[in-house]
Design a protein around this ligand. Structure first.
Ligand code: FES
Length: 106
């Protein structure tokens, strides 16, 4: 198992056990975690799954690829150095992920 801890813009913290291979976006949507929309279903065409990753998680997942990097220019809340699109963050067995969701996605 893996865990994903989501901190909302208002400070609400939700921790979910995720399935390896699922994305941080899918895990949020399936469990009703607010703050991630995932409008395109993970096909990297909407940028409504924007999150800010913790330093530890950034070490684990690294930075975005070229297309994701382009999409991050279109997020509702301005991107930061630790921005990622959560549909691109696939859970690995035994790893813990920490992300903060922006105040809006659309
Ligand atoms: S869900 Fe659309 S880009 Fe991530």
């Amino acid at each position: 198992m893996s865990t994903v801890t989501y901190t909302a813009a208002d400070g609400t913290v939700t921790t979910i056990e995720g399935r390896p291979g699922d994305s941080v976006m899918e895990t949020a949507v399936r469990n009703g975690v607010r703050g991630i929309v995932g409008e395109c279903g993970g096909s990297l065409s909407c940028a409504t799954c924007h999150v800010f990753v913790s330093p530890e998680t950034f070490e684990l997942v690294g930075g975005p690829g070229d297309l994701e990097d382009e999409m991050l220019d279109g997020t509702a809340v301005e991107r930061a150095e630790n921005s990622r699109l959560s549909c691109q963050l696939k859970l690995q067995e035994g790893c813990d992920y920490h992300v903060t969701t922006p105040s809006e996605q659309i």
